[in-house]
Design a binder for this molecule. Structure first.
Ligand SMILES: [Cu+2]
Length: 145
């Protein structure tokens, strides 16, 4: 009898642990209808110098700094030479190729090595999580002289 109670207690503990693992730590924000992010400058196919100003465009939403919860807003992330978009439901990585603009910046000056590079914008919510569905720009290619 004692053994039965013990195994029941272990079983319910295992269930509780499994449920906790399934619960997402951070909520995913639905993309507002018609929201669109785009790169204003440089133009797709442009040849640029080693230091290029990238200007971010956003339609149908506003920009807010990271950490600020305000409906219909997000902040920009510049993906440099990124082939696979960041995963849904998790914060966008923060590294040399996934650049966060958590202060609400709408342009940046980027240093790039000579050769071809791709640039793409992705909007993230206040927790740096991609919207659902993801709000991403067209990927552009620039050649750095
Ligand atoms: Cu971010």
């Amino acid at each position: 009898m004692k053994r039965l109670i013990m195994s029941l207690a272990l079983a319910s503990l295992a269930t509780a642990t499994a449920m906790a693992a399934d619960t997402p730590a951070l909520p995913v924000t639905k993309a507002p209808a018609g929201a669109e992010v785009y790169i204003v400058s440089p133009k797709d196919g442009a040849t640029v110098g080693p230091e290029v100003t990238v200007v971010f465009g956003l339609k149908g939403m506003g920009v807010a700094p990271a950490g600020v919860k305000k409906e219909g807003t997000g902040h920009h992330h510049l993906l440099v030479d990124v082939d696979t978009l960041p995963s849904a439901g998790a914060p966008i990585p923060n590294d040399a190729t996934h650049i966060h603009f958590g202060k609400g910046q709408t342009e940046t000056s980027l240093k790039l090595a000579p050769g071809k590079h791709t640039l793409q914008l992705e909007l993230g919510d206040e927790n740096h999580i991609p919207f659902d569905p993801a709000i991403v720009s067209k990927k552009i290619t620039v050649t750095v002289k």
